[in-house]
Each structure stands twice: as C-alpha cells, then as structure tokens.
Design a protein around this ligand. Sequence first.
Ligand SMILES: Cc1cc2nc3c(=O)[nH]c(=O)nc-3n(C[C@H](O)[C@H](O)[C@H](O)COP(=O)(O)OP(=O)(O)OC[C@H]3O[C@@H](n4cnc5c(N)ncnc54)[C@H](O)[C@@H]3O)c2cc1C
Length: 420
Amino acid sequence: MTHHVVIVGAGFGGLAAAQGLAGADVRITIIDQRNHHLFQPLLYQVGTATLATSEIAWPVRHLLRKRKEVTTLLGAVTGVDTENRKVLLEDGGIVAYDTLILATGARHAYFGHDEWEPFAPGLKTLEDATTIRRRVLLSFERAEREADPARRAALLTFVIVGGGPTGVELSGAIAELAHQNLPEEYRHIDTRKARVVLIEAGPRILPSFTEDLSAYAHASLERLGVEIQLGQAVRECSDQGVIYGDQPLAANVILWAAGVRASAAAAWAGLPADNAGRALVEPDLTAPGHPEIFVIGDTATINAWHGKPVPGIAPAAKQQGTHVARTIRMRLRGNTAQRPFRYRHSGNLATIGKRAAVIDFGWIKVRGWLAWWLWGLAHIYFLIGVRNRLAVALSWLWIYATGSRSAHLITQGEQRPRPN
Ligand SMILES: Cc1cc2nc3c(=O)[nH]c(=O)nc-3n(C[C@H](O)[C@H](O)[C@H](O)COP(=O)(O)OP(=O)(O)OC[C@H]3O[C@@H](n4cnc5c(N)ncnc54)[C@H](O)[C@@H]3O)c2cc1C
C-alpha cells in the first residue's frame, strides 16, 4: 500500500510540504477547515478597504488540481489518535495516516480576556478582515448621521492594540483612509478629524526591528496622523472603548493586534507545549516520541535560529514544510537519520501607509519609499497566480495614483453584543 501522508492545514507550512512531496511515492490527503489558502500578510489591506478578498485567497482544491495523488478535504480536525494513527474530524470523520504533518497555525490571543473579542476583533481570517472593514466603514457612516458631538467623536476614534507589524500596518492604512481618501465623500463630518490611536504596552513599536527602524516607523506613523501611546497596557475593552493605563478612551472601533495563541494541535496529540500553546518539537520537527508526526509553522516552537526561537512568519513555516517533505522522501529511500531543521532568516518587513516601509535584511536596512517598493514587489512575487499579481499591482497603482479605494464595501451582518 502506498505510504499515506496526511497534512492538516493548507497554510504556508502545509502547502510547502505538499509541494515538496511532488513526485514522491506517496498518497497525500490535505485537510483544512477552510476551502482556501490565505495570504495573511495582505489581510490588513482587505480590512482597510484596499484589496478584495478574492485577491489574497485561493481555493486549495484548485491549487492542487493537477496533483492526482493529492486528495483535498474540507473539515475541521479536533483530535489525533496517535496510537492508532488516525486524525479525527469534528463531523465524526476519521482519516488514517502513515505520516502526519500538523500545520494548523495560530490565532490572536487576548491574554486571558477572551471576553474582549466581540469588542476588539483580531485579524487572522478573511471573515476577520471583512468584519474589520465593515466596522470601520460603518463607524464613518454612523458618524455622518450622529448629532451628539461626544458620540460622534467616539465613532471617529479608532483604537489599534499592539504595535507589531500588523498594528502598524492597520493604523497607517486607517489613518490614510480617514485623512486622505474619505474626506470628499462625507458632507456632515470631517473625516480628517478622525483619531487613530495605536496603543503598545512595550517601550517602542516594531520591537522585532532595530531601534532606528522602529523610531523611523514611529515618526512616519505620526506624520500620517496616528497617535501612538507607548508603555501602557490595555486593561479593558468594551462597547464604550478601552481603558489603557488609567485612562478611558471612548472608541467605537477597537482592533486587536497584540498576542497570538497556537492552534490546539499540541493538545490533540498530547504533546508538550509552551505558554502560547505551541508544540515543543524535536530538532527534526517531529513530535517527541512520535517520529511519524511532524508539527510545523506557527503551531510549533523550536530554537533553530542560531539557538533562538524561529519567528512565527510565513518564510519560517514554508522552510519547515520543505524540510519535512525532504525528510519524508529520505525515509522512503530507507534513510532514517535525524535531519535537524535550521532556519534561514531573510529579513523583517513592515509597511507604513502607502508610501513608506521598513525592511531589515540584517546585512542592510532600508526605509522610506524604496522600502515600500521592495515590500510591494516581494509581496506581489509571493502571491499565487499571474491574474492575482496583476490585480493586486493594478489596485495598488490605482490607489497610489488616485487615492481612491475600490474595495470600499460594507458586506454581511454579524452577531455581536452591541449594535453597529
Ligand atoms: C494579519 C497577519 C499579518 C501577517 N503578516 C506577515 C508578514 O507580513 N510576513 C510574514 O512572513 N508573516 C506574516 N504573518 C504570519 C504568517 O501569516 C504566519 O506565520 C504563517 O501563516 C504561518 O503558517 P502556518 O502554515 O503555520 O499557518 P497558517 O498559514 O495560518 O495556516 C494554518 C491553516 O490551518 C488551518 N486550520 C487551523 N485549524 C484547523 C483545524 N482544526 N482543522 C483543519 N484546519 C485547520 C487553517 O484554516 C489554515 O489554513 C502574518 C499573520 C497575520 C495574521
């Protein structure tokens, strides 16, 4: 019987593993709870009305259509029977494996305050992005009709919690939307007066970048009109706004970009995990005591970057997927030697609005418009398919030249404990 590899998760790590196994003598089943692979680095642009959902996500089944040995299944995994080598699905389905690759990623976390989620959505899925877009655009709509000045001010206050790349990108894009793109569309409010407040508990934004790049990003965001509050943790999120430090701030829109928690993969397989729920894996990315199970990407943690933890970014997940595929190929040829994974870091990137970015390649640092163009080219290169590359490039050039955003749509309703 042909060796059966089951991959759970069709994100960056899972897809790289499937690609790395092309031509190997295996059957592959790839299971994901969503029918699409999502390019998360551009998710904030869907949330801020720059790109459409279909420009950054692709049906997994379509991506793998030419690989006859690959079966794609839509389903949520809820457990792994490691003894009998079976993956358990939420709907009662069971999929047996010879080798299992768990690549189920991570989600945002609220530091033990999950009750904040309805008031402060995070950004991880297409639904999250359209929820954010709807809340942001609806806030302007409601402000246009609001007679009470205090209430109008709250409707025009946008709080972003967390000063990492996602918080910086969201706040820069919302500030540009409010201060540059929307003013001429409204008659009763001046959207240039909207407040965009970025709250970071640490001493500086972009802590994973060098101090000079972080200072540059800080100054660039302030130029776009973002207010940055450092050294103050958010203590409360509610339908009234936030409390950070001792200060209440009335705000209709709060966006959460602070903290992540791994998927439950470690718990499914009974594996040791760190505080963020990431599985602690062996140097070759296998689960301790289970050489037939690999755990990769954001749902695992390993000190394979010159002794430091591998960062939770797309290139790391891809490298791990490729590494695991090679290990499986070697095993099939009878070579069972342990192959430790070593991470190669190519750089940190973050964009600040549509005219500046910061890039730290380690050997060289770039900032400003040149960094923005490099950032844009890199992201276009990593998108899947010529059509999407052209569509995204065209959307950006159009916005760059005219300032008008095409994805300005309020769609879908939502269930939440307050009206919006
Ligand atoms: C807003 C945002 C911006 C980012 N920006 C950047 C960036 O600019 N550069 C960068 O390098 N990285 C960025 N990242 C991080 C990067 O996206 C992740 O590191 C990368 O996606 C991790 O890959 P992965 O394969 O581990 O998980 P993912 O790509 O998250 O894939 C996990 C997959 O598993 C599926 N899944 C989860 N649970 C289950 C289940 N129970 N059953 C079945 N399927 C399941 C999910 O649907 C998903 O398809 C960003 C992340 C976010 C959220």
